[in-house]
Design a binder for this molecule. Structure first.
Ligand SMILES: C[S@@+](CC[C@H](N)C(=O)[O-])C[C@H]1O[C@@H](n2cnc3c(N)ncnc32)[C@H](O)[C@@H]1O
Length: 553
């Protein structure tokens, strides 16, 4: 919706904008009042704005309290996941083309187009089905890899977009207004991959036949349009996680206008029944604030986030975190200074210019400078080690060993050490042979210290737990575990330690409110309920035994 310059009541040129949304103008108060019954359904506490750097974005026009729904919106398109990992390409469970429920590949197929459905009776949109029925050939083999390659979900998402030109001209034009970064994509790996996986696949399998059998069905389905749609998806898609664990991608006219920041102020939830997205204020928003979500992983260091944003969204983020070499004092990208050959200086290397991919890294204590290329090679080498280890369910001992090796080179809060420590706090107290009762006092203290370090990093990066609610909840539960165990060991301080544990669990309860709809949030919520109950039981048991002791004395 572009803001109109004519009064919707009488059509004359108008200058008084609706103060809430600034999207409609009136010639006078009387006509504004008259129009309110219609306008109130569209009037929202933000306006659509545009600027040379951000493109379109959303600006708050009146204060909004934390937790309040800012707007609810229907999708333009919802479809299969856009980025398919290697594991996805070998998955035997895929979303049903009809209802998106998980279904086993090869079990049921749509009677007409043969694409995977969850049950014989599950139907899908008829135009989509008739285009998919034009397929040529059949899967080379019946193994999951061949079937996944034959029924490509990411290509189906592009086809869903393409068919809007027939199904809904309004949605089609809204889709084409979205940024695609077409020019920047040309000649890149992403463009080449889109050509291989999506454009040539759709053309050879379905669209060439469509041109012969029904040339007037789609006005524009050539390779340029397909590439443009790939760019629109890449730039705008939002990740939707269903309660079944299925991940989908969605495009929304307005929600996709929200700009990126590495410290967001909004989050969103998808309702699978209505297919609507609800955008919510993650903290108190003031008039003039922009609505911001995060397009990348906020637990990555600046170089990695910037690289990801440049590669996929074609911009350099200049938010306050990206401009600050310490990243709000977390030092999450910082390296430990190795000093000269003889001894380390104990200092920390920080990027001289965090926005420059090739920046040098300067020690804050000695004159040592590190080259950008060296640092990025070191980082990716470490990524391999950390991901390799954490992907294989390691023991606490294995994690400690890698941590000890990396500690020489990284700041204690570096994102690689953050990941290792977040795993460790869950292993201490839960791994077989390292149950809470078996941990030494030193191990218990270490668990608590690691939890505190991780909690502080999360608080600085995401003070309202908009993105890190799950991480923070896990940390708070582990803190409570350690405090409860300390209370068991030192009954004299038991009451105060259990009080602290209970407070941490209550805090976790509040933090987890934000994740009520996600699969991980639901699971964790059940665990948290039990933890709260167990903690209350411990408190009662302790006060009973203390009362009992007093009586006996
Ligand atoms: C999801 S779209 C947002 C809506 C888009 N601005 C439009 O006009 O349709 C993402 C694109 O917006 C721009 N953008 C979003 N956040 C930005 C930021 N923090 N700095 C610069 N550009 C940004 C980039 O071009 C990015 O690829």
């Amino acid at each position: 919706m572009v803001s109109s310059t004519e009064c919707p009541v009488c059509g004359v040129a108008a200058s008084q904008a609706c103060t809430r949304c600034k999207m409609v103008r009136y010639c006078d108060r009387e006509h504004q009042k008259q129009h309110w019954p219609q306008h109130k359904r569209r009037c929202r506490p933000f306006s659509e704005e545009q600027d040379a750097e951000l493109g379109r974005y959303l600006k708050v026009t009146q204060d909004i309290a934390a937790g309040q729904i800012v707007f609810i919106e229907e999708p333009l398109v919802v479809g299969p996941k856009w980025y398919l990992s290697d594991a996805d390409k070998e998955a035997s469970i895929v979303p049903c083309v009809g209802c998106c429920n998980p279904c086993r590949l090869g079990k049921h197929q749509c009677r007409r187009c043969r694409w995977p459905v969850c049950s014989a009776g599950c139907e899908h949109e008829s135009l989509e089905c008739s285009v998919l029925s034009l397929r040529s050939g059949s899967p080379a083999r019946a193994d999951v890899r061949s079937l996944n390659d034959y029924f490509r979900g990411d290509a189906l998402l592009v086809l869903k977009c393409l068919l809007l030109q027939r199904q809904s001209p309004t949605k089609w034009s809204a889709l084409l207004e979205m940024q695609s970064h077409e020019d920047e994509r040309k000649g890149t790996e992403l463009h080449e991959e889109a050509e291989q996986r999506v454009v040539s696949y759709l053309q050879q399998r379905f669209l060439c036949r469509l041109k012969q059998t029904n040339p007037n069905l789609l006005h524009d389905c050539g390779p340029e349009m397909l590439h443009r749609l790939c760019g629109i998806i890449e730039t705008n898609f939002m990740v939707i996680e269903l309660p079944t664990g299925v991940e989908l991608s969605g495009l929304f006219r307005q929600a996709c206008m929200m700009e990126h920041a590495c410290q967001p102020n909004c989050d969103f939830q998808f309702d699978n029944k209505t297919q609507q997205i609800a955008v919510r204020a993650g903290c108190d928003l003031r008039k003039g604030d922009h609505l911001r979500i995060t397009y990348t992983n906020i637990l990555w260091g600046t170089q990695l986030r910037q690289h990801h944003l440049r590669l996929t969204k074609h911009f350099s983020c200049r938010c306050s975190r990206c401009l600050d070499p310490t990243e709000y004092g977390t030092y999450i990208s910082a390296l430990a200074c190795l000093g000269d050959v003889n001894q380390t200086c104990g200092g920390t290397h920080l990027a001289v210019d965090p926005l420059d991919e090739n920046t040098q890294w300067k020690c804050d204590t000695c004159p040592m400078l590190l080259d950008g290329a060296y640092v990025s090679e070191l980082q990716s080498h470490m990524t391999e080690h950390v991901e390799g280890l954490l992907g294989g369910c390691p023991s606490a001992n294995q994690v400690e060993l890698l941590l000890a090796r990396l500690t020489h080179m990284l700041h204690p809060n570096h994102f690689h050490t953050f990941n290792l420590k977040h795993t460790l706090i869950q292993l201490y107290g839960n791994e077989a042979g390292l149950e809470l009762g078996v941990l030494s006092n030193t191990q218990l203290k270490r668990k608590l210290r690691l939890c505190d370090e991780l909690y502080n990093v999360c608080q600085r990066l995401d003070p309202y737990s908009i993105k890190l609610a799950i991480y923070v909840t896990v940390i708070l539960i582990e803190i409570a575990h350690a405090l409860e165990e300390q209370a068991r060991r030192a009954p004299a301080e038991g009451a105060s330690l259990l009080g602290l544990a209970q407070a941490r669990l209550r805090e976790a309860h509040v933090v987890l409110e934000k994740e009520q709809e996600s699969v991980a949030g639901k699971k964790l919520s059940e665990k948290l309920q039990k933890e709260i109950f167990e903690c209350e039981k411990l408190i009662l048991t302790l006060s009973y035994s203390q009362d009992h002791d007093v009586d006996q004395k």
